[in-house]
Design a protein around this ligand. Structure first.
Ligand code: F6P
Length: 581
């Protein structure tokens, strides 16, 4: 390890990046009463991969966490700086910002990047909101407050939270999303894929027999999985094209990228496939819940579907969640990951579950603020549907001529295949109705943009935990959710999901994730070693995936804590009409 820090030019648009190792061992220190002298301190960086059963952190030099903090995250920040410098005029006119506003944000991001690459201590947030104060309490409670030395997920979340703070501190940039353009471009690059999927989805929506319904459900779960390849933080903001597309995101003249074909082509890359179990369990649980809703409360074994003693409750009031032990609707929850094509795939699954009558509502949990470059925010949720609604696309693909047998007249060439956005627009029209009537509900709890792993949700966000308990199942999308489900711990790869969740059991958990970080559970014995022997970076590329299930659930009882809104005076109802329970 070098004894002094070197500064070299980074590859991104000539912005200076510190590219040597994070090394605290040779910083001069002031000894009281004496001159500045060199004090050798042990380096926090260890030349190893993350040992099993430890949390991921940037100090393990052979881990993806180290590489990410040293290379990927600084590039993401540099790109924001470049974007602000390049598109300053556009940003100014959209947000009514001044040169000074843009300059201040650039300075803010530049300092953040320097603090990160030099492994400084986290700064406290300076905006004064209840959520920012909570962040500061979490930071203050840490034993280790350095970027590389603390747990990786905390540092990453902190960096994205700070990016937001830069906007919050500005008078004019409060609604600025530094990743909006990248998300938009990625959506546009996937338009043809969406048209192709929409054309097939329309044939899955009319009520079908049990076998077809099961096989379509399985297919759509797999569609959602491979859509998770398209995330912009793994590629540091570069567009990701699913197998075979050109660099401009378009399929070549005679070539069609069919995401349903990809599911078959990627069969061997799906390392854990619980889809069959998921479909069986979700459908039977949903059926049981549906019966429960139809039956009068007294007829249902032990279930209190409305709270006791609620004389004043309006018929339209939803009972207080603290007293309610069964839901008001049969609901399936999707904890979303990326906007664009991935959200489109989630919407397709959601539409299918509703149209087949499997569930009555879908709750989409999205991020409150721009997050890990391409994660869905409420604004993204709306523009993705609106963009599908307005989509205009048409391409005629010439069909391969059929060979004529020797001596025979060649058959008439097939007419070209037409790919168009007609069905995509029709689907989006239905999604708009679903949103308007509350069949699709978009929720954005602050917890999803906190640094906490899901084991700790009950402690940090008890209301959210309770809300999740009403779901038939919770579909967690993507790599970041997976890391938080596994408590950011490098568990032995053969350990089961239930053990890895460490008690996070609000409702059945479905984890759908392409592998983009070096932790995993549920692999068959020997598989991890086998994959490592072929490519020691296989966990960093998003080429492999898992669809995992844990059906163990903690029973939902009347809460032992008072109602959030009315405390002990709550009579069991009157928490306002809610659509999300
Ligand atoms: O969009 P996803 O699937 O959550 O992936 C997020 C990416 O960001 C990280 O969580 C951290 O950079 C990686 O593990 C992953 O590459």
């Amino acid at each position: 390890m070098s004894a002094s820090k070197t500064v070299s030019k980074g590859s991104v648009n000539s912005t200076t990046i510190v590219t040597d190792d994070v090394d605290e061992s040779s910083k001069p220190e002031f000894i009281y009463g004496g001159p500045f002298i060199k004090v050798e301190k042990p380096s926090p960086i260890i030349d190893t991969a993350t040992p099993f059963n430890l949390e991921l952190q940037g100090t393990f030099k052979k881990s993806f966490a180290y590489y990410s903090l040293k290379e990927r995250l600084p590039v993401i920040l540099t790109k924001i700086i470049d974007y602000l410098s390049r598109e300053g005029a556009k940003i100014k006119s959209t947000h009514g910002a001044s040169d000074e506003d843009i300059r201040s944000y650039i300075q803010y991001v530049t300092k953040l990047k320097n603090d990160l690459v030099t492994n400084k201590q986290y700064d406290l947030l300076t905006v004064d909101t209840p959520e920012a104060r909570r962040w500061n309490q979490w930071i203050e409670a840490l034993d280790i407050k350095h970027y590389f030395t603390n747990v990786w997920v905390f540092t990453e979340c902190y960096v994205y939270r700070r990016l937001r703070e830069g906007c919050e501190l500005s008078k004019t940039l409060k609604n600025f999303d530094p990743f909006a353009d990248q998300k938009q471009k990625s959506f546009e690059g996937s338009l043809e894929l969406m048209c192709i999927v929409a054309d097939k989805l329309v044939n899955m929506l009319s009520k079908s027999d049990k076998d077809k319904c099961k096989s379509d459900f399985v297919t759509l779960l797999k569609l959602c999985l491979w859509a998770n390849k398209c995330d912009l933080s793994l590629s540091s903001g570069e567009q990701v094209f699913l197998n075979g597309n050109n660099a401009d995101g378009k399929a070549t003249a005679s070539n069609i990228i069919d995401p349903f074909q990809m599911i078959l082509d990627f069969k061997d890359k799906l390392l854990v496939d619980d889809t069959s179990k998921i479909v069986d369990q979700v459908t039977s649980k949903a059926e049981a819940m549906m019966k429960n809703l139809e039956a009068p409360a007294s007829a249902v074994d032990g279930a209190i579907s409305s709270p006791p003693e609620t004389p004043a409750a309006e018929a339209t009031d939803v009972p207080c969640p603290t007293k309610m032990t069964s839901p008001q609707h049969v609901m399936f929850d999707i904890v979303c990951d990326n906007a664009g094509y991935e959200l489109f795939a989630d919407l397709c699954l959601a539409h299918f579950l509703i149209s087949q009558g499997i569930v009555q509502k879908i709750r989409f949990h999205v991020k409150n603020i721009p997050w890990f470059v391409s994660d869905v925010t409420p604004v993204d949720f709306k523009w993705v549907i609106d963009s599908c609604l307005k989509a205009s696309y048409r391409r005629e693909v010439p069909q391969q001529p059929t060979e004529a047998a020797e001596g025979e007249v060649p058959p008439e060439p097939e007419p070209p295949r037409v790919i168009s956005a007609d069905n995509l627009r029709a689907l989006a029209e239905q999604w708009t109705k679903y949103v308007d009537e509350g069949t699709f509900v978009v929720l954005h709890d602050d917890f999803w943009t906190s640094p906490h792993v899901y084991r700790d949700m009950k402690r940090h966000a008890p209301s959210l935990y309770r809300q999740l308990q009403y779901a038939v199942a919770l579909l967690f999308k993507g790599d970041l959710n997976y890391r938080k489900l596994l408590c950011e711990k490098n568990v032995p790869p053969t350990s089961g999901l239930e053990a890895a969740l460490q008690g996070f059991l609000p409702a059945p958990v479905i984890a759908v994730r392409t592998v983009k970080a070096d932790l995993i559970c549920g692999l068959p014995k020997g598989k991890w070693d086998q994959l490592n022997a072929l490519d020691d970076k296989w966990m960093q590329k998003g080429d492999f995936g898992v669809i995992q299930y844990c059906g163990k659930v903690e029973p939902l009882k009347v809460a032992d804590r008072p109602c959030d809104q009315y405390g002990d005076v709550c009579r069991g109802a009157g928490c306002g009409p809610r659509t999300d329970m």
